[in-house]
Write a protein that binds this ligand. Structure first.
Ligand code: HSE
Length: 447
């Protein structure tokens, strides 16, 4: 049996150098716990002298990734270059040689996951990806192993630290989106090009990976309904707070109840329709996720055996991400040592009949903010349209103290299908008394 496994690393930037540093700190500890030494044999970098947060020993570095992947001494490979083109080539090259690959690359998995897992299976090896979702939170391992005996009926995740940081500051400071975004960029909390984060795509990648793992069919990112947070204004945050809610960008993965009841066997969700979405959501202030603030991530998982569970931690950063990579390095090394590459596969397709539900069919409660003329009959016109669509109103606020062309009107709606509500709002937005596009946000009750 092997007591040492030689590791090749591709990518020596923030995450790569973080992994080098973490191995220098804890490789011995890991060996004493697992009985196998992970030896970093080579690191392929873009440039030997590029700036990096932690130094990498010069003797380990090369600029030729193929020299790492093809080295017969190297038994497993970690891809930490990011992007989806070169990264795909590297991962496929290593898998085809039967070498396990450890990646932190959510965009790569989102775009090419099905192909890469199929290549791993074909070549009798595995692709590990703990670091691709929520940095240091071991959510992949929890879903794959800890909850292997559960159906994951609900998963709610605050999985993008940038959005959570912006929304937290908007709430605490009463600031608007643009001001907080600019400040977050100046402080390095948000990227100069923020759209991947603030338009919800980073969360889309992560939620797609979690949904695939939890439900056993590979989720096409195109099927995930996504809204970002650019359209959230401080007035929405303030009214939500007044009603007892905090706005969070939530990834939601939920088995739709109709599909569950249609299932043949008790507990079976074969052929389930699963909501997989990312949107700003009103979370009751009393719920634990409403109190996950700043850059922190959290994932709330409900299993049909375990009940409710919560995972909290840093979702990004060189050290948190390195912690997740180390966990996968150990899994891969142990699978090599004991020749058990399929112990619990990182992704096991097991639900061919499952599918992502259309957002139009997803039922929830809603917060609607309209800008309306303050003239008699306005409320009656709006409520008539909602009534005809059989959408119930649970509360209405038209605050005093607003004057001018238009005033805010906030409606809380009872449960209704998304398609019904968007159609009714489209009719409402055409009324002459409605002065701006309505803001529609979903409310989550966690039932
Ligand atoms: N940009 C991400 C975030 C971290 O803000 O959470 C990397 O996925």
């Amino acid at each position: 049996m092997m007591d040492q496994v030689n590791l090749g690393m591709i990518g020596g930037g923030t995450v790569g150098s973080g992994v080098v540093h973490a191995l220098q700190q804890n490789a011995e500890l890991m060996t004493s716990r697992t009985g196998v030494l992970i030896r970093l044999a080579k690191v392929a970098v873009k440039a030997l002298d590029e700036p990096r947060p932690y130094p990498i020993p010069r003797v380990l570095m090369t600029t030729d990734w193929q020299a790492v992947v093809n080295d017969p001494q190297i038994q497993m490979v970690t891809e930490l270059v990011g992007g989806t083109t070169l990264a795909r080539t590297i991962v496929l090259a290593a898998l085809r040689l039967g070498k396990p690959v450890i990646t932190a690359n959510k965009a790569l998995l989102s775009a090419h996951g099905e192909e890469l897992f199929a290549a791993a299976a074909k070549h009798g090896t595995n692709l590990y990806y703990e670091a691709s979702v929520c940095g240091g939170i071991p959510i992949i391992k929890a879903l794959r192993e800890g909850f292997v005996g559960n159906r994951i009926t609900h998963l709610y995740g605050i999985v993008n630290g940038t959005c959570n940081y912006i929304l937290t500051r908007m709430k605490l400071e009463g600031a608007d989106f643009d001001t907080v975004l600019k400040d977050a960029q100046a402080q390095g909390y948000a990227e100069a090009e923020p759209s991947l984060d603030v338009d919800g795509h980073d969360a889309q990648h992560k939620i797609g990976i979690l949904a695939s793992l939890a439900h056993g069919f590979w989720v096409n990112p195109k099927d995930i309904y996504v809204e970002g947070i650019r359209h959230i204004s401080r007035i929405d945050i303030q009214f939500a707070d007044r009603l007892g809610y905090t706005i969070k960008l939530l990834g939601i993965i939920k088995i739709l109840p109709a599909a569950t009841t249609k299932s043949r066997k008790p507990g079976s969700t074969a052929g389930a329709r699963v909501q997989v979405s990312v949107y700003p959501t009103l979370v009751p202030n009393t719920h634990v996720l409403a109190n996950v603030n700043h850059v922190f991530n959290a994932v709330f998982v409900r299993g049909n055996i375990v009940g409710d569970t919560l995972f909290y931690g840093r979702g990004a950063g060189k050290d948190a991400t390195a912690s997740a990579v180390l966990s996968d390095l150990v899994d891969a090394a142990l699978d090599l040592k004991f020749a058990t590459p399929h112990r619990i596969p990182p992704f096991a397709p097991h639900e061919k009949a499952g599918a992502v539900a259309r957002i139009e069919d997803v039922v929830s409660r809603y917060f609607v903010r309209l800008s309306v003329s303050d003239v008699p009959g306005t409320l009656a016109r709006i409520t008539r349209i909602l009534g005809e669509a059989r959408i119930g109103i649970s509360s209405v606020i038209q605050p005093e103290g607003h004057e001018g062309e238009s005033v805010p009107l906030i409606l809380m709606l009872h449960t209704a299908a998304s398609g019904t509500v968007t159609a009714a709002l489209s009719t409402i937005s055409k009324l002459p008394v409605v002065k701006a596009s309505p803001v529609l946000l979903r409310v989550e009750t966690f039932e």
